[in-house]
Design a protein around this ligand. Sequence first.
Ligand code: ADP
Ligand code: MG
Length: 340
Amino acid sequence: MSGRIKILDEATITKIAAGEIIERPASVVKELIENSIDANSQNIIVEIKGGGKDYIRVTDDGTGIDENQVELAFIRHSTSKISSIDDLNNIHSLGFRGEALASISMVSKVETLTRARDSTKGIRVFIDNGKIVDKQVIGCPVGTSMILRELFYNVPVRRKFLKKETAESNYVSDIVYKLALGNPNISFKYIKDDRLILKTPGTNDIVSNIYSILGKEFIDNLLELNYKDDTLNIKGYVSKNSFYRGNRRHQYIFVNKRWVKNYEITKTIEDCYKSVIPINKFPIFIFFIDIDPSNIDVNIHPTKEEIKFVDQSKIDELINGLVIENINKVVTIPKVEIIP
Ligand code: ADP
Ligand code: MG
């Protein structure tokens, strides 16, 4: 059906673009938590119902959004995190594309409660199809709460392709666990269908954070590795040679607190284990890499799951050295007082 070429209206463009970053409830949860992290929150509460298809709520105690900025936040390409292309060389936040809230509000019914730190009152806005349909002044604590209802109610094809409730809620859990693991300084609460599923201490103690998320077996079977120079800090927890799994579920890499996939690092670590664990089994690892942001490119993927290191081989060599050196040691990470 060819016809006249026309430029699509903004609402249609945003709805199409939304598909790129909002694929399922878990994508919404990821974007909302990342916003809460970027807002310097100490406490983040994630609630879902019906696998997130019916209800998602993320509440934080971060900076909040200024009353007269709320409308802007939902417009596409609006962000407080960068101002120019040069800022991309020095990204300290998880977000910067200014697309998440615009996308989310085009494909679900959104309610936002927010109060900025220096404001005496909060506001509540309702957004539907990307537009503010109601706005009220309310009393609320400092921070932001984003509530989403009926994801993809206006994009039936997307809704139809969502999986069953349990499968979708597993995707959500996966993302909550990853973000909680990568941010030990923040206390996360995760509530699924009114049941508290996870609570992390938020004390910035990596080991007690791992304990609260993955449990005692992990703490007892991981080795701690450390490397530090002027531009790079690597902290890794890798499995002892007697601890492995039949899949890669428990392999985590965080770069500047961002969970990323990095095939090279994964392969480097797995190669180290080749001769020590059975074939078709996979080591467990949690790596925290803090690097000068000018040494990475985070803008190569819409959901930013992949990044590029300026010097990938330096990272691979360092990690290879650390793992090889420690893999056969029997020492474990120091025992800590675990406060459940
Ligand atoms: P990005 O995160 O890429 O900037 P978003 O669409 O996710 O884009 O958010 C747009 C803007 O809304 C952010 O830049 C931020 O200023 C504001 N914002 C969103 N969520 C929060 C939050 N939980 N707390 C404070 N500000 C927020
Ligand atoms: Mg964002």
